[in-house]
Design a protein around this ligand. Structure first.
Ligand code: AMP
Ligand code: ZN
Length: 667
């Protein structure tokens, strides 16, 4: 083994262990920074030494691989569904059936929570994750390995000695906190929020770009395995063994000596499930002994040895007192139900989300109605129905507001959009403060010494009317304000002036252009290199950039067509903010491939796909995802999809090998 190979191996082992400590045990032992540094080091070494590539390397977690089409794969062992029971009586009857089938032997049970996500089957071969397949119809599912590898708590390589080949089963979930954070960001970017964590988790598995999956806070909870020579005799032992190999198996599982203890478990979790960091919709009760399981066997669709118990979804019935309307940064209007306070799942609920006008119409919910409220994945609960038998006489359907509650401007609603908007973006107070708050936020300008409340105060006091005004603030103006000491005034002014160093792509994100989130801002910055080129670009040119569609392009051109926005940009430029990529970022950037569009397909030897795409973009070329008459070249690696080649050939698009592509750049 060479020295380099040894270093690579050591880094991989070390990172794998830290990853395990962080994501499975939740007991990190090094800082995020140290972790990132080691990961970078490994990434660099791997790039220099492709001969030591390893599909189980921790570097695989960052994603980047694209799945154009998810292959259908047959499961080695079918994935059954579970029989459901909705009452404790049904469980007791089930136990009686088991006794008839098993005779006198005592029957112990393992109780586990029923994790509410997307079922997944993970196949391990020689201790390494070979593939991940969705449940599908139980016989065959979709292969989603590239995406699943980005989920940090799933081991790519097992600890200890595992069987040669076996399957592990679990649920891919989105923990509630991560889900709430995703929705917060979506709302900030002017997008509709996701409805619930389960659908979002299963939708994530089908994203084509695994780098996007890597950004989502997905987790995977395991509950079982199938295969030969697993070396375990009971369900409980199985869970324990899986933990030992590095899987995340929740500690909530319990061994119950009889059905009475099972009922205790159900009762406990019926009330305590709302304290969990993820959603659960019930409990799965399994006969603990694998030998008994084998005796019981399966019906055509489910095991006889397991039973799911579904919790009743917790509801409260209360009165809808009024509806108020909130205006977000992008002008999106969100209706909120103000309720007669009611106890639901351990907390007092006063407000519920109504999403949008369509939702109100669909529920036909009216002020004065008694409504059913449920807690889903969202932080605020939602209204799921109306008790029509208690509807007060003479009630009227909700007349959705037509004017902005904050500035009285007539609301608009674009065709195909769920949300109403206040179009008065430059004069509507919550839009103004919302935009400034977005501007200073951590992922944007990250201005130290300035928070959301201070922004509101400064706006109320007439000191700022847009984010450019921040750069004119002086300590003298701030000190007279309430709760503003000399020190904090100076910190604020310093924080603002230091922000002129923030790189272009974050400035672009900070401007708060609708649909231009962090990733889009990065793409635009890299493609156009400076604000002047970006401002001058017509929509068609913007759409040449990978992943920029009509909707984003229209939003960008509209933003820069507005003289008010132009003026603010000019002022910011005057204060010294970064409106072009820095020298360092521009290094290696040329116009060699200007006007040329590339499609990249297959596996490459010296560069990985993302590097290859970056090279194209750095040299002024565009990367597109499918071959069309506009494609200049198709860059083909090994195992390229045959349909792409055929398409390129039929359109007469020249096909380049990796070496031919690289020599284009040498020209
Ligand atoms: P159903 O879809 O209602 O038939 O329920 C079966 C599904 O429940 C399985 O495909 C699993 O993915 C899921 N499930 C969640 N938690 C568990 C658990 N602890 N044990 C077994 N299955 C579970
Ligand atoms: Zn308004």
């Amino acid at each position: 083994m060479t020295q380099v190979e040894k270093t690579i191996e050591e880094l991989r082992e070390e990172l794998q262990e830290h990853n395990y400590r962080y994501y499975v045990l939740d007991e990190p032992s090094i800082s995020d920074y140290e972790f990132d540094m080691k990961l970078k080091e490994l990434q660099q070494l791997e790039a220099l030494h492709p001969e030591y590539a390893d599909p189980a390397s921790p570097t695989q977690r960052v994603g980047g691989g694209i799945t154009k089409q998810f292959n259908t794969v047959a499961h080695d062992y079918p994935m059954y569904s579970l029989d459901n029971s909705y009452s404790t009586e049904e469980l007791v009857e089930w136990e009686a059936r088991l006794k008839r089938l098993l005779g006198d032997a005592p029957i112990a049970f393992t109780c586990e929570l029923k994790y509410d996500g997307a079922s997944i089957n993970l196949t391990y071969q020689d201790g390494v994750l070979l593939r991940a397949v969705t449940r599908g119809d139980g016989v065959q599912g979709d292969e989603v390995t590239t995406n699943v590898k980005t989920i940090r708590s799933i081991p790519l390589r097992l600890k200890g000695q595992a069987p040669e080949r076996f399957d592990v089963r679990g649920e891919i979930i989105l923990p509630l906190e991560g889900f709430a954070q995703m929705n917060k960001e979506r709302l900030e970017n002017g997008e509709d929020p996701y409805m619930n964590p389960r659908n979002t988790a299963s939708g994530s598995l089908k994203l084509q770009d695994s780098a996007l999956v890597a950004e989502r806070p997905l987790d995977c909870l395991l509950y079982g395995m199938v295969g030969r020579n697993l070396g375990v005799n009971s369900q409980m032992e199985m869970l324990q063994t899986m933990r030992g190999w590095g899987f995340k198996v929740p500690e909530t599982a319990r061994l119950c000596a009889n059905i009475g203890e099972v009922l205790d478990f159900l009762e406990y979790w019926d009330t305590h499930r709302h304290e969990l960091p993820y959603e659960t919709d019930g409990v799965v009760v399994k006969v603990n002994s694998l030998q008994q399981q084998e005796e019981l066997g399966f019906t055509s669709k489910s095991p006889r040895w397991a039973m799911a118990y579904k919790f009743k979804s917790e509801q409260a019935l209360t009165r809808l007192n009024s509806i108020s309307y909130q205006v977000g940064r992008t002008g999106a209007i969100t209706p909120v139900a103000n309720l007669e306070p009611v106890l639901l799942a351990g907390t007092v609920v006063k407000r519920a989300s109504l999403h949008n006008a369509d939702q109100i119409a669909k529920l036909d919910v009216r002020v004065g109605d008694r409504v059913y409220v449920e807690k889903g994945g969202e932080i605020i609960p939602k209204i799921t129905g109306v008790e029509l038998s208690q509807r007060p006489e003479g009630s009227l359907a909700v007349a959705y507001i037509t004017e902005c509650p904050e500035c009285s401007t007539a609301l608009v609603r674009q065709p195909g959009e769920a949300q109403h908007f206040c179009p008065n973006d430059t004069g509507c107070p919550p839009q103004i403060t919302g935009r400034i708050q977005h501007f200073i936020s951590r992922k944007a300008m990250d201005i130290e010494g300035l928070g959301a409340e201070t922004v509101e105060l400064l706006f109320k006091e007439g000191l700022i009317g847009n984010y450019a005004d921040l750069y004119t603030l002086t300590p003298g103006q701030l000190i007279p304000l309430e709760r503003m000491a000399e020190k904090s005034a100076e910190n604020l002014v310093r924080g603002v002036s230091e922000s002129v160093q923030v790189p272009f792509e974050r400035v672009l994100f900070a401007l708060g252009i609708r649909y231009v989130g962090e990733t889009v801002a990065k793409k635009l910055a890299r493609a156009f290199k400076n604000i002047d080129a970006l401002m001058a670009a017509p929509a068609e040119e913007l759409m040449q950039v990978d992943e920029i569609g009509q909707r984003i392009a229209a939003s960008v051109t509209e933003f820069f067509a507005n003289p008010v926005n132009r003026e603010v940009v000019e002022r910011l430029r005057g204060y010294g903010l970064q409106f072009s990529l820095s020298e360092a970022q521009l290094q290696g950037q040329t116009d060699l491939l200007q006007g040329q569009t590339f499609v990249v397909s297959g596996v490459f030897e010296t560069l990985d796909r993302n590097e290859l795409k970056k090279r194209i973009e750095d040299n002024g070329g565009k990367v597109a995802s499918s071959v069309s008459s506009k494609t200049t070249y198709l860059v083909a690696g090994a195992n390229m999809g045959p349909s792409k080649r055929a398409k390129a050939e039929s359109l007469g698009v020249p096909i380049l090998s990796e070496a031919e592509f690289l020599s284009l750049l040498d020209a």
